[in-house]
Design a protein around this ligand. Structure first.
Ligand code: SF4
Length: 253
């Protein structure tokens, strides 16, 4: 039994939307170095809710007959590398796949975990073009993070880990020009084969006052953004995720 305490944000025992094609248990870890303008998990950014690893193990045991995978999310889960490692190690003993959703801020921790072969898939948030320092700092409220995200992307590509990249879009923040540039950057980084998901930002989940309903792209507009990304670079697969229709593949080779 692993003696480690985990600052837990919460657990979703069963999800079919966090890892396409797999039934997952999603474990949210508390804490994040970013303060994104449109954070939908802002209640997880701070605070303490430490639990023993044994509690997580018991939750996994309860669900293991119904799930294929454990997805570790946040917050930013790599802020607690020991927790990720303990959860991933335990999930592996139960023959479950392990996925981690990350903002890419901790390339060294990610590389170290990938070397241990405890992670099967990385879901990487790329919030703005990696060449746009100013926009990255505006969206995350932390200067100079884009270099670290770029390093994470390179690490994942070199490790040949299954990778999915996601961008949340809002009008006047990240839209057509940004997804086009990100698509090109993915191609340049050798990640054109990875699914690229353009996610509709949802105003009802964002801290009040930061973003308005008029900033939300419609379903049709998201499809246009997918077309722009797809035609800007030779991406293999572009999807959109909307409140109305869930996740859809728009382009696939
Ligand atoms: S990286 Fe994710 S969890 Fe952290 S502030 Fe941004 S949106 Fe919220």
């Amino acid at each position: 039994m692993t003696q480690i305490r985990i600052n837990l944000g919460g657990i979703v025992p069963f999800s079919t939307i966090d890892w396409r094609g797999k039934a997952s248990m999603v474990i949210f870890l508390r804490g994040c170095p970013f303060r994104c303008l449109y954070c939908q998990n802002h209640d997880l950014l701070e605070g303490d809710n430490y639990v023993e690893m044994q509690e997580i193990e018991e939750d996994i045991n309860k669900n293991e007959d119904f799930i294929d995978a454990v997805v570790i999310s946040g917050g930013e889960p790599f802020m607690q590398p020991g927790a990720i490692e303990a959860i991933a190690e335990y999930a592996k003993t139960r023959s479950l796949f392990v996925g981690v959703q990350t903002n890419g801020f901790y390339p060294e921790a990610i590389e170290s975990m990938l070397r241990k072969e405890l992670i099967d898939k990385i879901f990487l948030d790329i919030k703005a073009p990696l060449s746009d320092k100013k926009l990255y700092a505006k969206l995350t409220k932390v200067p100079g993070v884009e270099e670290r995200v770029k390093k994470t992307l390179g690490t994942c590509v070199r490790a040949k880990i299954e990778l999915e990249v996601q961008t949340t879009v809002f009008k006047h923040l990240a839209g057509a020009e940004e997804v086009k540039r990100i698509a090109k950057e993915l191609e340049e980084a050798g990640a054109a084969h990875c699914p690229y998901v353009i996610q509709q930002g949802r105003v009802e989940l964002v801290p009040s006052g930061e973003i308005k309903e008029k900033d939300v792209f419609s379903h049709e507009e998201l499809k246009e953004l997918a077309a722009i990304a797809y035609h800007a670079a030779s991406l293999k697969e572009v999807r959109i995720r909307t409140r109305e229709e869930g996740e859809e593949v728009i382009y696939i080779i």
